[in-house]
Ligand binder design. Structure first.
Ligand code: GDP
Length: 494
């Protein structure tokens, strides 16, 4: 029999616009007195009860919203909340999120966040949204927008009410007696628990002692736990849980099924897609960025070499997805503690070992020191990316003299066919499509963009001459350019 299920919500938006704060506020404001003192564990998602209605939130790791995580979120997502900070407006990752939401045809609500801040120009944000194709109701469109503060909690109840109303309209119904489908949103191996799969049940019922199968991995549910670490007997559609009892760690995005049930292939195929990057865990020579995107090959450019260890696959994948392939080369990566073997790999050549959300103890530090291996610990992806950008700039500075061959100012930024285009005018010299570039804001070099397309009007060109104008798009996925920034073209001389 069909029953109503909880909507599954993913929060998207530009870095620092308040996604984590919003997730935290909702989670904490919903704790019952009994749970408030208890220990909560991260199971990749959590469920709240709002006015008698259950709502599930996907709780992605790190502060940055990365494409891959978004895609994964949307595989199980019924509704997206697009967070836009009122003081910052629509930014590159906002546009990316919008593009992704539209491609995946998931309904969404806009949450204009940080409205507690002074001197805001909300109409500017709203018109930026309109320019990006998001016409909110106030502007005559049909997209719901709620003005909130994730810090003070202002209007969060209004946002939750909107979610509940929209979820009602979606008529999310499933049959708990249907064959089980649980989507893996995170997976890891833990010392005491063994392989751990964090899932959201899409359909059917997940139960203790059930025989499971996921890709090549089998197992029997030994323990099901919720976010409060409470053991569950069964998990219904729309609900998250942690499964213990699988024989191995399943891939993120894969679908766990009941080993004893029969399935209609077509119905489930959609959820069994695994990402391109899934193949690339562990072995360095399988991570062949060049093969994945030939355009990224840029001659003999210096790269920062990394060995990466992360706590869970979802995080590792988010890191891999967010690295600038043009400047960073991943020699090896994997899930779990930093081992001596990792250090062995890192000791050859100038390879930095990144420990992400995994503790490096003193003994390990000593071994690393003796081997001459540098280990850096992070727990926020954005910080890692920023550090890498800084190191890259230093690396380039120390190796080469740069000769500036042209400078262009970004005069406007516009969106066309899902692409963010920088409209520029060349102030000095010229800009060629093959040039090495810096993006400068004031005196600071903030990124090293790689050109993808250079256009004049509708025509593709490969050079913009002195005082001429053109439109540029870049290969760097997260390039954060603003009007007034300068694109500097340069040559390297060693
Ligand atoms: P995320 O990268 O999108 O997850 O952003 P965070 O939740 O980490 O927030 C980034 C910064 O903005 C943090 O310093 C937050 O304290 C701050 N922030 C988030 N929401 C609000 C808000 O509603 N008002 C104000 N004033 N600051 C906020």
């Amino acid at each position: 029999m069909l029953q109503k299920r909880a909507p599954i919500i993913t929060i998207m938006g530009h870095v620092d616009h308040g996604k984590t704060s919003l997730l935290d506020f909702i989670r904490h404001s919903n704790l019952t007195a009994r749970e408030a003192g208890g220990i909560t564990q991260h199971i990749g998602a959590y469920q709240i009860d709002f006015q008698g209605q259950k709502v599930t939130f996907i709780d992605t790791p790190g502060h940055a919203a990365f494409n891959k995580m978004r895609e994964r979120g949307a595989q199980v997502t019924d509704l997206v909340i697009l967070v836009v900070a009122a003081n910052d407006g629509v930014k590159p990752q906002t546009l990316e999120s919008i593009r992704f939401i539209k491609e995946s045809k998931v309904p969404f609500i806009v949450a204009i966040n940080k409205i507690d801040l002074p001197d805001l120009h909300l109409e500017v944000v709203k018109s930026q949204l309109a320019e990006a194709g998001v016409l909110i109701q106030e502007y005559g469109g049909d997209i719901e927008a709620v003005e909130i503060s994730a810090k003070s909690g202002l209007n969060i109840d209004k946002l939750l009410e909107t979610i509940v109303v929209m979820a009602d309209l979606l008529e999310l119904k499933t049959d708990p007696s249907a064959p089980l489908e649980a989507v893996v949103i995170e997976s890891t191996k833990e010392k005491n628990k063994g392989p751990v799969a964090r899932v959201i049940v899409r359909s059917g019922t997940l139960q203790v002692r059930q025989d499971l199968i996921v890709d090549e991995i089998a197992g029997r549910v030994r323990l099901l736990e919720n976010e409060q670490g409470k053991a569950l007997e069964k998990v219904l559609p729309g609900e998250p849980a942690e499964i213990i009892g699988l024989d191995d760690v399943p891939e993120v995005g894969s679908v766990i099924r009941d080993a004893n049930a029969s399935y209609d292939q077509d119905l489930t195929a959609e959820f069994s897609k695994t990402g391109e990057l899934e193949k690339s865990f562990h072995l360095s020579d399988e991570i062949n960025w060049e093969k994945m995107d030939l355009d990224f090959m840029l001659g003999d450019k210096e790269k920062i070499k990394l060995v990466i260890k992360a706590d869970v696959k979802g995080t590792l994948e988010a890191i891999l997805q967010s690295l600038d392939k043009d400047t960073v080369e991943v020699i090896a990566c994997g899930v779990g503690q930093v081992t001596e073997q990792d250090m062995e790999i890192a000791r050859d050549g100038k390879i930095l070992l990144i420990a992400f959300n995994v503790k490096v103890n003193n003994t390990q530090k000593k071994i690393a020191k003796n081997m001459g291996v540098k280990i850096k610990e992070y727990n926020i992806i954005y910080h890692l990316i920023e550090d890498l950008q800084q190191s890259m700039l230093k690396l380039m500075d120390s190796t080469f003299d740069e000769i500036v061959t042209g400078e262009a100012e970004i005069l406007q930024i516009f969106e066309m066919k899902g692409e963010t285009i920088a409209g520029v005018r060349v102030k000095t010299g010229e800009l060629k499509k093959s040039d090495l570039l810096h993006l400068k804001r004031g005196e600071d070099i903030i990124a090293n963009p790689v050109l993808r397309i250079m256009k004049h009007g509708k025509e593709d060109i490969d050079r913009i001459g002195p005082k001429n104008e053109g439109g540029l798009t870049f290969k760097n996925k997260k390039l954060d350019f603003k009007v007034g920034d300068i694109i500097v073209a340069y040559k390297k001389e060693s």
